[in-house]
Design a protein around this ligand. Sequence first.
Ligand code: 9GP
Length: 806
Amino acid sequence: MDKIEFKQTFIERLAELYAMEVSDATPIELYQTLGSIVSTTYTKQWSKSWQDYRDTKQKQVYYFSIEFLPGKMLKSNLLNMGWLEIVEEALSELGIKLDDLIEIEPDMALGNGGLGRLASCFMDSIASQSLPGNGNGIRYRYGLFKQRFVDGHQVELPDEWLPKGNIWEVRKDSKAVDVHFGGSVHLEEHHGRLKPVYHGGYTVRAVPYDTGMVGYKNGTVNTMRLWDVAIPAEEEEHYRSIEDRRMVEELTSVLYPDDSNEAGRKLRLSQEYFFVSAGVQSILRYYKNLHLPLEQISRYIAIHINDTHPAMCIAEFMRLLVDQENLKWEKAWRLTLQVMSYTNHTIMAEALEKWSIEMMQDVCPRIYQIIEEIDRRFVEEMSTFHNQGLIQRTRIIQDGQIHMAHLAILGSHSTNGVAKIHSDLLKNVILNDFYVLYPSRFNNKTNGIAQRRWSQLANPAMTKVLNQTIGDSWHRTPTDLHLLMNFTEDDEVLEQLAAAKLENKKRLAAYIKEHKGIEVSPEAIFDVQIKRLHAYKRQLMNLMHILKLYFELKNDPKRDIHPRVFIFGAKAAPSYHYAKAIIKAINETANLINHDPDIQDKIKVVFLENYNVSLAEKIIPAAEVSEQISLATKEASGTSNMKLMLNGALTIATLDGANIEIREAVGEENIVTFGLTEKEVYRYYQEQNYRSLEWYHNDPVIQRILNAFIDGTIPNIVNEGKQIFDSLIQYHDEFFVLRDFADYCRAQEIINQLYQDSRRWNQISLINIANAGIFSADNTVERYAEDIWQIRPNPSSQLGGAAQHD
Ligand code: 9GP
């Protein structure tokens, strides 16, 4: 579509939808009109894509994830359709600013952080690589809470994103399936086979909402299917009371119900079974419509389990094959192993889910029986294994609990970690028992990011410089960013990139002024830590370093440091009180420092509220220092590290997660590392000789800083300050903050020094951008496709003339 055609279509569509002219329409009406043109256009390619998959019976992957974090989709759809520039210009000729319309779209935040964002990056890349792949998740009525600060405390407000309308989804009642919960099940012999007989319980209807996932200029549009719940008409009489109806509605109401109580945990387990059962049933229905032998299903279908939340896919698939399709257990199990694969995203015990037997029996009794049988057969099969202790440790059911990670590993053909160090830790430490049993199942797939969103969409200023300097092949082949390495000595390019950065910093400074009322200088270093708030990520260590600088400046206001703005973006889980205490402490410190005239604006602290994908798109292009300071071994991969690097920030990093691969990519001189290594952390664990109290007593700097949390130096944090102080001293500093602190300060001083030499700094920044290509999710999903899912690009998308080129 060219500009003239687009303008014509826009005017006509607005008239059709609202009987209006451009000059009379509100921004919402204009947004809806644009959305309608975009979605009706890609709908043709959408139906062509799935018809292709069906007609040519291509193998497809289904990516099951309890979180998806797509953020806003209008601009990325325009980019991927190759329409962005034309639409921007055409609208501007009609007197409309595209950016004003983009602001209207709600940020679709059906996830918490890295896990959900990764799932959405994968959706983009799977479509962009013309791979047949679909998402499967939950359509929560409320997204992740909206964060507000009241007196420095985090307050959670509901994220009502749907009433504003979601123009991208299509409800498909004809594709609904029923999911049964509760009651009890006993087995009865039927024609020589044991069959389940269900008593009681209740049935809900799962109704899918499909959203097109538009590939980058290749004519592919895949599907992200999110399930909503409804009461089946024929079951109405079972749901008479308000209480019963509420119970059903709750199923798809919120992401992460409060798991600090039994009811919240039960709801969470029910959510998991809901989207697992709905998804697996609909896959099987699709497969049966292909009229292929069930025995061959693994040639056509792959199911991916993203973290343990969808691990029940294994038992549900077995249920359908054995109970419904009458397959023998052994055959069904073989197929299940071939179809299923699993990614582990954390070694933190709290996220490796376990459910009590009673709760699972209560929520989905047949699934429990099947898991019990899987467990029984595993023990039987392994009865001659020489190390029976290992078999006991790897069982799914232990001490009255069901270990979902064990189910995911034993019931799938592939278990991968998300960065080299993480995958090695899984093999050698965390999941070593499983590795001993099934070494060939373990592999690594380092995470990746949606490069185009985090460069072309978020950072047009940098994109322009890159396009002028190295052409635009990197849009499709991100590793072509490496061409930039030819310009490390080119002052013009270095200055152009620096100018782009300054432009982005000015924009962020204006945003900070508008939203926080804090004046920050775009000449200062913009130092950024953006990620979930968690003790292991050590936002606290960042805060301690800020306090150190503060005290030094108070003592010596002439102290020569380059002005720095410390920017935080982070949400704490609502029931994670310690993380909330850290938020409060950062906010109070910000207040103290930002208003202290002695500091003369040398340091500023800004905690931006409600960190989400849209806010990330504002912060990341302006960042110069990327804080990746988790305790080594604890951050599985991280992905903000990759986004910030791509935007030319220098990483201050521990040797953790993907930081290690970033260091390999850019070279030691272009990253600043510090802190304990993996080996050192494990030595402490073995020797149990870390005494945080000694570090406190022996280091007057640490003492001064920690005392500030309890002696009133930082105002208004009596309880929070004590909680933080105690975590480091009385509770032994679980994440070695005091141990790493001095080295962290040393690394920060190196950054301060490096920034004095602006040419050298600009070179580092360029080298980071040039080497970010390997972290494209396009590459990552290709490796999943080849090694794990065994799916291939859709040949007709690549060859059939649908593909457009840059
Ligand atoms: O904490 C990890 C993070 O390091 C990783 O980058 C992300 C995507 O793989 O997953 C996070 N894990 C979770 O959110 C929960 O397992």
